[in-house]
Design a protein around this ligand. Sequence first.
Ligand code: SAM
Length: 340
Amino acid sequence: MTRTDVVDLTPEQMEKAYLEYRRACYDIVYRNCLERGVFDMLKTPATVEEFGGRMGVVPGKLPVAKLLLDALVKYGAVERTGVDTPRYAAVPGGPAPAPFDTDLIFLATGKSSVEELMHSENYAGLFNALTTEDNPVSATFDADHLPLWEEVLQAPFYRYSRVQAVREIGSTGPHLLDLACGPGFGLLELAEQAPDGPDTTVLGVEISPDFVVSAGQRATGDPRIRVVRGDLEKPQTFLQEGYFDGAMIVGAYHFLRDPAPLWRTAARLLRPGGTFCVAYVLSQVGTYDQEIMDLRFALRRPRSYQPTRQDVLDQAAAAGMELGREFGLGAWRWYSFTRK
Ligand SMILES: C[S@@+](CC[C@H](N)C(=O)[O-])C[C@H]1O[C@@H](n2cnc3c(N)ncnc32)[C@H](O)[C@@H]1O
């Protein structure tokens, strides 16, 4: 199956592929731990503090060491005993071997083996960060990291969630809004889906000046697309009330420290009956990938603020939005709401 077919999978099919990819991520962390002698350090049970001492983890990063141990528990490489003061010990012989379904991994990532994945998912930065005060694990939204983001935002499992949002709002009418549009892939995809008429407008709002420039360049030649700089944690006072038929925010909700202004903006700018798609939200939902995502984002900058499903639904209700459809790729939740 080619990469362009991925967006036609059902959410259940895509989630199956995505979760197999995350199983491979657990395995990569496990292999890193083997190489670094982590399981030798856990031959006798250790608290997080004792493990931190054995590994040389700097005190401020003990919570991340705990996330590492919890990820190893999830993968079956370590067992945890005790509730108030948990202790961790290596599982003798390691996790039960289970071959990877490389077809599923290919569907999710476009890469055909765990070895190939290891080039981009080596977790080395995270391991190194545990033992130094510095924080080399960072992917800020600026020109220096633009190539990295361009790759991430086009990864099949990510693109899947964005294209589902584009399809959800693309036929609601001629006025479409992409909030936190990043370097503009969603703007082009929306322009392709939007009704073909003189009134069509696709507007992107984005906080990063570098990404505003990149999105503008990507949309050059399509006069229907506009990009403006804006912070979604503040009211967006430009534009008239009820102008938009559909709006989406993809892969950005979990970066907002306070999502309330976003909901007010969406409620104000959408017409009654308009659609608001909140897609690819890193959430606290306890799915199989939760521990690996928690670990991965623990040192990542900018920070993420992971809502529960109920947090999102409460915000939506307060903004006068009604839930239509939802699905999840593991901890990455996707919602579509109707503005009442
Ligand atoms: C992972 S990228 C997603 C980009 C795009 N939505 C996509 O799916 O291709 C997250 C984007 O959210 C933007 N962002 C984060 N906080 C923001 C804020 N407060 N206001 C506007 N944009 C924000 C970032 O600059 C970045 O471009």
